[in-house]
Design a protein around this ligand. Sequence first.
Ligand code: MN
Length: 489
Amino acid sequence: MNTSKKSIWFLTGSQHLYGPETLQQVAENSRKVADSLSENPEIPTAVRWQPVLTGSDEIYQTIRAAEMDDDCVGIICWMHTFSPAKMWIRGLQVLTKPMCHLHTQFFENIPYAQINMDYMNLHQSAHGGREFGHICTKLGLDRKVIVGHWARPQVQSKVGSWARVALGRASERQMKVARFGDNMRKVAVTDGDKVAAQMAFGYEVDGYGVGDLVERINAVSESRVKTLLEEYAETYTLAANVQPGGDRRGNLLVSARNELGIGDFLREGGYTAFTDTFEDLHGLPQLPGLAVQRLMAQGYGFGGEGDWKTAALVRTMKVMGEGLAGGNSFMEDYTYHFEPGNQRVLGSHMLEICPSIAADKPRLECHPLGIGGKADPCRLVFTGGAGPALNASVVDMGDRFRLVLNTVTAHPPAADLPKLPVARVLWETHPDMETGVAAWIYAGGAHHTCYSQNLSAEQLQDYAAMAGIECLLIDRDTRLAEFRRVALG
Ligand code: MN
């Protein structure tokens, strides 16, 4: 997704009552606000000012035009003055893109010595915004309400966080997920209703036989494989057995060929997320590990064992976090450390962790895989960076989708893990191991997640609101008894 081309439209509400001079001032002021937002690099899109809206036809036409514009990912609404909200009903009824209600005022402070009724008539957002909020809530329209003076960095930064979520949501609505093989047999949480998912999220999920992919992989030229091997050597520390002359060098050639073939398949089909399963690898000599890791680092979403919901979520979150420090990766809660006072979760997968979360230079290694009965796969081995992060999981509850979130703090492992041949990250669950893990299990959260170092719980809550799905957050404030009632309610 080319996010630099994308825009948020800035809509200013008013009415004719105040006369042309006031409306002229409203237009000048709102243009200054929109320009200031647009220039802020923390807001990843352009913010496009629109002429002041004073009647229901204009409102309807403007929102309809925003809907029609493929580069517009959302709208910001600001009521500079009072703007009777019956005028907004028809327009808001055609709005499907995310909306941020910026509840601000042009001047930050009350000019005590000068304030008169003219001033008050021009600066009425305090009650104009309430009228607007009333009709949005009455229409059942979820939106982000941001309150504060527009020039303050923390207010603009909130707009930027929301705009990132809107970008993710826009990419999700047009996303295509390719599945090579089906879900892992008999696994419940990775499956679900793909039609209902397309209705809720917008993405489509297309299934392919592994043979379709094998054909594409076999068509990759030797010269492209050779060039990619040079890139590996420049980017990673290569273990001895995958260096030229090493006894697993041939496996690395196969990995490179997998990466190029899967990449070709996805590009040609317009896919930005994919799944595979180690139970169904007919014609593939090894499970794609390195290939999946590198494609994730390029921005593709991925879910193991046919997990299309997590694949789509990883892609959506990668779009939201684009350009920020830290990364987003497919993840699985793997193994526990139950030491009292120092309880941790070791997150990993068989192979497929995205190097965007790496704290160190990844090592490119080749080891046997205990399951699957295929050739030894190559993989990047590294440790995820320390610091705040979160896990997010989308589950199909049968009649609705649920997003489960858990904030965590990642820590450097207390010791080396010399015999663990996969990428890993060690985290502390919030609010504590007993509460956080029990809450996750009560919520029905999956073992697969998207692990994020650069998105906040608030952003993921905004995302759930945009998609119209429910969201359960487990964080430092979670109390288990109360959470359990909500999770099962
Ligand atoms: Mn898994």
